[in-house]
Ligand binder design. Sequence first.
Ligand code: ADP
Ligand code: MG
Length: 553
Amino acid sequence: MKTEKRPILIFKEGVKRKKGKEAKKNNIMAACAISDAVKSTLGPKGMDKMMVDSMGDAVVTNDGAEILKEMDVEHPAAKMIIEVAKSQDEECGDGTTTAVMLTGELLKYAGELLDQGIHPTVICSGFKLAEEKAIEVLNKIALPIKEEDIKILKNIAMTSIASKGASGSKELLADVVVDAVTSIAEKTGGKTVVDLDNIQIQKKQGGSIGETNVIKGVIIDKERVHESMPQHIKKVKIALVNAPLEVKKTKADTRIQIRDPTQLQAFLGKEGGMLKKIVDKVKKSGANVLTCQKGIDNLVERLLAKEGIYAVGRVKKDDMEKLTKATGAEIIAILDDLTAIDLGHAGSVEEKKIGDDKMTFITGCENPKAVSLLIRGGTEHVVDELERGVHDALSVVKGALEDGKMTPGGGAVAIAVSMALRDYASSVGGREQMAIEAFANAIEVVPKTLSENAGLDPVDIMLELRNQHKKRKRYTGVDVLNGKVGDMIKNNVVEPLRVSVQEIQAASEAATMILRIDDVIASKTQERTHPASGPSVGMPGSLDGMPPCMGNM
Ligand SMILES: Nc1ncnc2c1ncn2[C@@H]1O[C@H](COP(=O)(O)OP(=O)(O)O)[C@@H](O)[C@H]1O
Ligand SMILES: [Mg+2]
């Protein structure tokens, strides 16, 4: 009998598979493509990108995190790089472009080592050694931030905003951001803790950027519920209620038969009486302002207005929580429990017209644990880009306050780390030495790209930077604004230590993870239709042979 040799099929039909070197090369190319896509935005002289979504809406930004968020990538390795940006953003709020660029660069050099026949495991262990050494160097370079050194905190905020679309107003924004963060910073057990959730950000387009400011209190994006309520109340005693101020409607369908007008009067009177009781309760507590998380009955609104009480209904849970922190009030779930002790205090509650909308400002809170930042700007695009700048700046000021350490920016630490790694590599020797040297080459992407984006010659700048660092001038970086190298500490280009630490850790971990993959198995899924105008990264060749379904792995 003749036996036919048949291949054993372990995957379903349509499954695409790439193995070994081919899989690695493909992943590396995708990572480099993502890195290339954000490179041109790095630093104060970086360019902006216009991201257009499938609906045709455009976002113009210079923010790495935002660009990657808007980018609709398919390749699984590219998606992993975008995760790097996300984790960098969550940890530090800044340094996303750098982390992504560094991952791409590490993989580019790793690719060269793979071509020379070096095993990925060796590259990964070399990268790990380099990462540890780099962090040691960063800690050595870092300078302490003296407590309450407002000027330094402002410089840190400005460095972060300088490379954003909002750079034109960096001084104003830095003032506002530092004011907000220092107001809510708390000392516990000798440590400073900043909870950014205690800073409420309200955006309103219209008006000018100059009207952006910090309010020592809370802004509620709502007007008072009744026109005849006072528009402005001073010496505020505020009640926070999380219960509907209306008579409960029964679920059951009850029918009341009313035979004569007196019965109707009695019925309405009963409901009215209950509602009046609600208002009496509020009045008795001594409150002159009321914010309610639920709805307020029309009659209650009128009665409150009669009593001269300012009330806002359907306030967001978040805002209610901020109000407790700002005014010291307790949120009451059962109105009957409301007493004078539960009330919070503020200097003033006022309804103001901001742009086209009316908002309620609760200000003049003594020692508030929550503050608000009102962002103003001419158009929606401007306000959004300002918000992104403010987000980064808030995070770096938080990082600086919590760690109490800062490093010089402008690529100064990258040069210092790169030079230290080259020395270190020769002491390690063997094949790992080559991986450590690759790490040293990769990290130079920061000063190189900063100079390229500023229209400077990266070769000249790199030579000069190395010269200065050899002379132990370790704070020398690229002074992109003046087109030369300079002392970044003197130039006030400073960053919190945690940003560069996280950049290196995130990039090294992601590169290692991608290098360990040697088999990409993509199952067949339904074809996706692609919007022609959707933002996508061009990855010439890198998706060769990859099915469109790769994104669903
Ligand atoms: N005035 C300046 N001179 C030189 N470099 C600067 C200056 N301001 C900011 N930088 C540098 O720009 C880089 C940050 O650029 P940015 O576009 O914000 O990218 P990231 O998303 O990585 O934060 C940092 O390396 C920072 O040190
Ligand atoms: Mg930045």
